[in-house]
Design a protein around this ligand. Sequence first.
Ligand code: ATP
Ligand code: LTN
Length: 334
Amino acid sequence: MEDKKRLFSAIQPSGILTLGNYLGALRNFRLLQDDYEGIFSIADLHSLTVRQDPAVLRKNTYELAALYIACGIDPERSILFVQSHVSAHAELSWILNTICYPGELSRMTQFKEKSRAHEDNVNMGLMDYPVLMAADILLYQADLVPVGADQKQHLELSRDLAIRFNNRYGETFTVPEAFIGKTAAKIMSLADPLKKMSKSDANLNGFISIDDDKDAIVRKFKRAVTDSENEIVLREDKPGISNLLNIYCAVTSKSLAEAEKEFEGKGYGDFKLKVGEAVAEVIDPIRIEKNKLLQNKDYIDELLKSGAERAEKIAYKTLNKVYKKVGLVPRKRG
Ligand code: ATP
Ligand code: LTN
């Protein structure tokens, strides 16, 4: 374990996760945990940047913990914890705020999109979101951060802040690398293939949720927006079909050439059904396992408790180093 490089990632408990979250993020977490020391977080503080119903947020936090495990995160080997349980995240983000400039945050794509989507609640947290994310990553001296393509810009800022801090105060942080999967880094909405599949989409037909059963999954794929041709190939002017092909390859591990060959001469109806069935085959066992785990809240509480204890040890080592570097007087104890 000591020789392994370290990996950190997090997901917000802001709703029931989608096929996009699974293929773009969670699935890679599981694959990478064999080669890295994995640290995975439930980014509940990040979720507060858009309005949350407190009871639903609590429920979604447990849902996400169970989902991590159902997707194959091994809580013995990897660390799984809730972000707000380790207060060093909020503390380091304050320090990083002092070396980050408003212009860097206001030009972030996610900030602009979410400001538009939540016009009535454009709060400071929404703008500061990437700084808290940098704190998450830098606290653990992570070498690698697996995320979907939409988070690339935030990762760049984490790197910039690490380098800036190191230059100003001396070597302190590992500069993290993003890991963005090749095939499923950006799964698009089934209802509008030019838009990212997102769990907060108001159009329920746009996303496949981990809680959808086979019938719902197949129904949504049947309705997926495509085009008026009949060729099943990956092409820029065919975003709907390309998205479905991408999904099919990701869930079956087939290559694009294999998939295109398999569906040569077939109609869109057949193709959509096959994609739906293949997705259901992957999602079904995960949903069932997640719901089974949710029956045992005590077990999840216990895991999260020990996860926070393990995470805290690493996080405070970094935070103490940072406080010292910037000139804060250490508190005397005893
Ligand atoms: P929201 O809709 O609430 O903004 P989200 O669905 O974008 O949320 P996040 O919690 O922000 O989900 O993201 C969790 C992880 O899933 C991130 O690594 C993100 O890059 C990845 N991800 C999100 N949507 C997709 C997608 N459509 N395709 C691939 N990866 C995705
Ligand atoms: N912003 C991320 C969630 C997140 C994250 C992180 C991802 C919060 N902190 C640290 C990687 C590393 C998102 O997926 N929307």
